[in-house]
Design a protein around this ligand. Structure first.
Ligand code: C2E
Ligand code: MG
Ligand code: MG
Ligand code: MG
Length: 277
């Protein structure tokens, strides 16, 4: 049972709800500390460019193993971070790490772009674009090497809030490009592609996973690739796990392939090993 704020009424919660609330509070508390001590980790998942058959980009994905709670998956972590506002701290942490890493690679002669995932909540801060540019300046990372992945949920809100769109334009003008992630799963509006400065469509992995089993999915994915191309966007397929899926997607004209078939998300040092192979 918990006391409702401001009252004496005792609200009885189911055991499961109570447990979930406790876990959330614990995650929030531990996350705050982890951010403070920079105890989060970043893994990078490579993407293969279909034309050069080379790894030309990687996606930065957050990883957190807390000493008390254990591993907290991004699917659990990110929604809680969004709710509590700690997503802004995660975002800055990821950007700084990505900038430092891409610069290290550049110095080693490795030409790679890095994408980071952004939640719309981060862009509700009117200084978001400015603070991204400051991080680039501070680390010395060229803007052209950083890409920002946004979801359709992000796009929906950005469309309604001109100051978010403005910030995206400002970043685009500086050379940062935007990827529409999980394409096809969200609010499904093609308007975003007209209004927002999107450079790449990343087709969601749920489509890839049913690709070989469903002729409808094949037609749909082919159509999404053609749509992207006709809009002069780059098209990436994610969640590619087999050679058969890759072949089919390449035959549709996908520009890049990402998924376990290429590699799982791995530490930066292992990316270097993959590249020199
Ligand atoms: P996402 O951006 O769509 O990232 C792709 C997810 O699919 C990753 O899960 C990746 O590990 C997984 N994946 C990659 N290839 C395959 C494959 O071939 N098969 C399957 N089944 N899965 C594959 P992960 O790392 O658990 O992240 C889940 C989601 O959490 C991400 O989806 C993204 O929306 C969010 N996320 C992760 N890191 C961050 C971050 O730093 N900031 C924000 N805002 N969100 C993040
Ligand atoms: Mg992503
Ligand atoms: Mg995705
Ligand atoms: Mg996703």
């Amino acid at each position: 049972t918990v006391r409702e704020a401001g009252g004496d009424k005792i609200v009885s919660l189911s055991k499961a709800t109570h447990k979930a609330l406790n876990r959330k509070a614990l995650i929030e508390k531990r996350l705050l500390q982890a951010l403070d001590q920079k105890n989060l980790k970043v893994l990078y998942q490579p993407q293969i460019d279909v034309y050069s058959r080379k790894i030309t980009a990687v996606e930065a994905l957050v990883r957190w193993e807390d000493e008390v709670i254990g591993v907290v998956s991004p699917d659990e972590l990110i929604p809680i971070a969004e709710e509590t506002g700690l997503i802004n701290n995660i975002g800055s942490f990821m950007l700084e790490k990505a900038c430092e890493q891409v610069l290290t690679w550049k110095k080693a002669g490795l030409d790679l772009k890095v994408s980071i995932n952004s939640s719309v909540r981060e862009f509700r801060d009117k200084n978001m674009a400015q603070s991204i540019l400051e991080t680039l300046a501070k680390t010395g990372c060229p803007a052209s090497l950083i890409q920002i992945e946004i979801t359709e949920k992000f796009a929906l809100e950005a469309e309604a809030a001109t100051f978010i769109t403005k910030q995206m334009r400002k970043l685009e003008n500086e050379g940062i490009s935007f990827i529409l992630d999980d394409f096809g799963t969200g609010y499904g509006s093609f308007r975003y592609m007209q209004i927002l400065p999107i450079d790449t469509l990343k087709i969601d992995k749920t489509f890839t996973s049913s690709l070989l089993k469903s002729e409808k999915t094949q037609k749909l994915m082919n159509g999404m690739v053609q749509l992207g191309k006709s809009m002069e966007l780059k098209v990436v397929a994610e969640g590619v796990e087999t050679a058969e899926q890759a072949d089919l997607l390449i035959s549709y004209g996908c520009d890049a392939i990402q998924g376990y078939y290429i590699s799982k998300p791995i530490p930066a040092e292992e990316i270097e090993v993959l590249l020199v192979k």
